[in-house]
Design a protein around this ligand. Structure first.
Ligand code: NAD
Length: 392
């Protein structure tokens, strides 16, 4: 029997409601797909409020150690501690384990209310760089000694004259490296090759930020030529792959945000930097039903370590009321199954989600948006989870 160890973090707020649903659905899917040949072994690790209560620390080092050792985890949402000196738990996990890919598949399930006319045309997987960019957290507040020193250094030693209001400027640093860009873009290209997707788009703002975002784009094409024997034909860059070549193109981020509304069919795999990726992921999620239903993963494809996660927050307004949509976490679990090569179980989860939603079952986030209330049933978190298990 193949046993797969998984560390799980229940999460704060709605985490206590959606995590047990995710575990039940994944266990039942694996049982159904493989009989007794594969078993998932879930082990709880503590982070967030539960860890604070038990150990006085929202991210005990034992939790990090266990995730590092096992290399595979899934987590509910964690409250971001507000206040000086407190680390964001999500950011700490990503940084400590160098989980450089934030991977977000975006697809539509028939019956999910959407603000666009043809949500069925949206089928993309976003690879967002997770460790660099203006999100690296290197910044100093206006009026501090540190901001003053950086500004004086820029003016006196680097000849910078374009800081419009030096006395009252905060300063942030945007590191974007060749190494960081190439490993992210490589993950996106490898994914396209492995899954038979036919377009990889580099989304950037290199027309304005020429060395950082422009570098990202340039390094992407360089990688494709150096490591994948890419070639030019008809003014397009092609990457050879089984089942036909993959088109590699690029798009300025602002135009991209228009294009995903106007012609989403043109896009399939997206490789982008941290800040763009943040905006793009949420804009795409909104087209197919919102954050309650959007899955995600943070992965280091070089070490294999991966943390799958609900992409939404702790939803304090609905926590404890049996109102939360468990699909973001359940679909993150589906990604986990696929990541471990358990495609048969993952396919069962997807078809169960399709069947459940097509039957009219919806949790409150989607029910309140649907115009077709006559054919829909409002279910609580647990009842919706039971339907998912039943429909496997
Ligand atoms: P949120 O995602 O918790 O909530 C935003 C809105 O979406 C709320 O109306 C909420 O009810 C709704 N919502 C979220 N998840 C839902 C679900 N599964 N089903 C139905 N509705 C859902 O964002 P917020 O209110 O800005 O943040 C609350 C807390 O969560 C903060 O402490 C924040 O830092 C944290 N947070 C954590 C993560 C994470 O762990 N990955 C992500 C975002 C925010």
């Amino acid at each position: 029997m193949r046993k797969i160890d998984i560390i799980y973090i229940e999460g704060d707020g709605v985490g206590a409601e959606i995590t047990p649903v995710m575990i039940d659905v994944l266990n039942a899917a694996v049982d159904k797909a493989y009989g007794g040949e594969v078993a998932l072994s879930f082990e709880e690790a503590y982070a967030g409020g539960k860890a604070e209560e038990r150990f006085g620390d929202p991210l005990p080092k034992e939790t990090l150690e266990r995730i590092r050792e096992v290399g595979l985890a899934i987590k509910g949402p964690l409250m971001t501690a507000v206040g000086k000196g407190r680390r964001s738990l999500n950011v700490t996990l990503r940084q400590e384990l160098d989980l450089y890919v934030c991977q977000r598949p975006v697809r539509w399930f028939t019956g999910v209310p959407s603000p666009v006319k043809r949500p069925q045309d949206v089928d993309m997987v976003v690879f967002r760089e997770n460790t660099e960019d203006i999100y690296a957290g290197i910044e100093w507040a206006a009026g501090t000694e540190e901001a003053g020193r950086v500004i004086r250094f820029l003016q006196d030693e680097m000849g910078v004259s374009r800081i419009r209001f030096p006395q009252t400027s905060s300063i942030g640093i945007k590191p974007v490296s060749e190494e960081g860009s190439k490993r992210l873009i490589k993950a996106a290209i490898d994914y396209a090759i492995a899954t038979g997707r036919k377009v990889v788009t580099l989304v950037h703002k290199g027309n304005i930020m020429k060395t950082t975002e422009g570098g990202f784009k340039r390094w992407g094409y360089e990688l494709a030529h150096d490591e994948y024997q890419a070639y030019e034909e008809g003014g397009v860059t092609w990457i050879p792959a089984g089942g036909g070549p993959i088109k590699l193109d690029d798009c300025i981020c602002d135009a991209f945000l228009q294009n995903i509304l106007i012609r989403p069919k043109d896009y399939s795999v997206i490789a982008t930097m941290n800040l763009n990726g943040d905006y793009v992921s949420d804009a795409l999620a909104a087209e197919v039903g919102g954050i309650g239903i959007s899955p995600g993963a943070n992965i280091n494809y070089l070490t294999g370590k991966a943390v799958f996660e609900a992409t939404h927050g702790t939803a304090p307004d609905i926590a404890g009321k049996d109102l939360a949509d468990p699909l973001s976490l359940v679909l993150s679990g589906e990604m986990l199954l696929r990541y471990k090569g358990l495609d048969k179980a993952a396919d069962l989860v997807l078809s169960s989600v399709e069947k459940t939603i097509a039957s009219g079952a919806l949790t409150s986030d989607l029910y309140k948006l649907t115009e077709d209330k006559e054919h829909c049933r409002l279910l609580g978190t647990r009842a919706f989870g039971d339907e998912l298990v039943k429909n496997l």
